[in-house]
Design a protein around this ligand. Structure first.
Ligand SMILES: Nc1ncnc2c1ncn2[C@@H]1O[C@H](COP(=O)(O)OP(=O)(O)OP(=O)(O)O)[C@@H](O)[C@H]1O
Ligand SMILES: [Mg+2]
Length: 505
């Protein structure tokens, strides 16, 4: 093998969709035994490049080679048989089947009589799990596992095929810190064996920690490939967005007003849930909600929104007791909830961006949807204010990149002009430039005197835009941290939050 031979080399890759040049001379050169981060803003072409590798899309031009030999995979299955595996963010597993059946799907080992050899399946699955320190019973029904465990199973499956190339598309978005560490250990073990890993993520700190090389794309084009050791966060951002971004957060001009929500001893009906949660949300306030994964922050928001059943406690809104016993009632009371799982639960894939933008706000357009001018205008607002990358508002939402689909869902709820906006991990999967736009929209709402509650696992973002931070620990309020004068810059504040988050664990 010559020195400059790559494990995988994709050169001059072209892909045109109606109205969008998704890939324009894209390039990726993966060295064996390394982690190669693939970065770029939402819609830059990362997923499309991978789909061209796996034969999900047919590329319009360019070459793909493995160890110098041209390859062309007709399907993910074909790629897998040739040692190239991918773990998607949306897992494609047969939920009612066992773990081992999922690992062996499509290649069940049979004995002499042609009967499926479950013992072999079990033993070999166990063996791979042991090697990767995955603590899962191969016989368990896969649908019973947490998303993170299912993701681990998917990685084990790739390993069981002796994959030489592994692609991970935003793998850590739903993992706890321990699980991220575990994933990184597995990645290190695989690269030590010569596997090449392509790692797609928006999490800059993780990228700088785990990867050897970083390729940055913008508008479908290759922009740069550099060793991670030569890059800083600021440099990556500059290459990604193509301009200097001096501020990560917009200036705050919101004013705290009267009490808007008075939540008293709120407890959900069914476990796991929140317990005796009391706090006040003021008009004009952005209240952050911090906590470890599993601290029931999502349960709190869902209970407030009437999506999960309330057990006991009161919610008083502007002096009046409200129930929010259904999500419809919550909406009528002026609440909006942007969920963590918005891509799974919020998208009407077969419909246009226009439909997906206005759907939560239909009452505003008259019946039967008479005011198409206003619908057009509102959709334009969604596209412009959060910079949704799309050829038109008539484009089907499913053809947008993952991050851009999320932006539409966020815009949808902002259009309803809620009095209380509940956000669950609003910037997960969203690139740095668009994050800024979302912060700006949140702060705009606060400036108009609305109340915002935002769950986030990103400490800098909580410190950057919130006025106070409610810290949850094991379903209960561990404390509320007030914003000091130099709030964002004092690491002491972060430590306080961390300590509170662990209070009842
Ligand atoms: N099936 C499709 N039909 C039409 N356009 C598409 C299709 N798939 C992707 N695109 C477009 O190609 C461009 C690149 O999208 P891609 O999904 O590759 O972005 P990405 O870099 O993965 O972004 P994200 O970080 O949001 O996941 C986008 O403009 C997207 O709208
Ligand atoms: Mg993508």
């Amino acid at each position: 093998m010559s020195e400059n031979q790559y494990l995988l080399e994709m050169l001059d890759i072209e892909k045109q969709f109606p109205g969008v040049k998704a890939l324009d001379h894209a390039k990726l050169q993966l060295r064996a035994g390394t982690v190669h981060a693939l970065m770029g803003e939402n819609g830059a072409g990362k997923s499309t490049l991978m789909k061209c590798l796996f034969g999900i899309y047919t590329r319009d031009g360019g070459t793909v080679s493995m160890n110098g030999k041209p390859v062309a995979f007709s399907s993910p299955r074909d790629a897998l048989d040739n040692g190239v595996a991918m773990v998607h963010q949306e897992l494609n597993q047969v939920l009612r089947r066992s773990v081992m059946e999922n690992v062996w799907l499509g290649r069940f080992p049979t004995n002499k009589l042609g009967i499926v050899d479950s013992k072999k399946m079990y033993d070999e699955t166990r063996e791979v799990f042991e090697k990767l320190e995955i603590d899962v019973d191969p016989k368990q029904i896969i649908g019973e596992l947490s998303v993170s465990k299912r993701q681990m199973v998917e990685i084990a499956k790739a390993v069981s095929y002796n994959a030489r190339i592994l692609v991970l598309d935003e793998p850590t978005s739903s993992l706890t810190e321990d699980e991220v560490e575990h994933l990184f250990r597995i990645m290190n073990r695989l690269t030590a064996e010569g596997v090449g890993i392509i790692y797609i993520s928006h999490k800059m700190d993780e990228i700088l920690r785990i990867s050897n090389d970083v390729t940055i794309m913008r508008d479908g084009q290759w922009i740069a490939t550099k060793p991670a050791s030569e890059l800083t966060k600021a440099e990556i951002i500059r290459l990604m967005v193509g301009r200097e971004m001096t501020n990560q957060f917009p200036p705050k001009n919101n004013r705290i007003g009267d009490v808007l929500l008075d939540v008293q001893e709120l407890t959900g009906m069914y476990e796991p849930t929140c317990h005796n949660v009391s706090f006040q949300l003021h008009r004009g306030e952005v209240l952050g909600v911090a906590g470890l994964v599993g601290s029931r922050r999502t349960e709190l928001l869902n209970t407030l929104f009437g999506y999960f059943t309330k057990g006991s406690g009161n919610v008083v809104m502007s002096g009046k007791k409200i129930d929010n016993s259904t999500t419809d009632e919550a909406r009528k009371n002026g609440f909006a909830l942007i969920t963590e799982e918005r891509r799974a639960t919020g998208i009407f894939g077969e419909n246009t961006i226009l439909f997906n933008s206005i759907i939560a706000n239909v009452d505003a357009y008259g019946k039967p949807l008479l005011n198409s001018k206003k619908m057009d205008k509102d959709t334009d607002w969604v596209i412009e204010s959060i910079r949704v990358k799309t050829p038109s508002k008539k484009t089907h939402i499913k053809s947008l990149s993952g991050g851009n689909q999320q932006k539409v869902i966020i815009g949808r709820w902002l259009l309803t002009q809620p009095d209380v906006l509940l956000l669950d991990e609003p910037t997960r999967g969203i690139d740095v430039g668009a994050k800024y736009e979302i912060y700006q929209l949140i702060l705009n709402l606060a400036e108009q005197g609305k109340g915002v509650m935002m769950v986030s696992s990103e400490m800098p973002e909580l410190l950057g835009i919130c006025d106070r931070i409610l810290v949850m620990s094991n379903g209960r309020v561990a404390g509320i941290v007030e914003r000091g004068k130099d709030f964002g810059d004092i690491p002491g504040e972060q430590e306080t939050i961390m300590a509170l988050a662990a209070k009842y664990v």
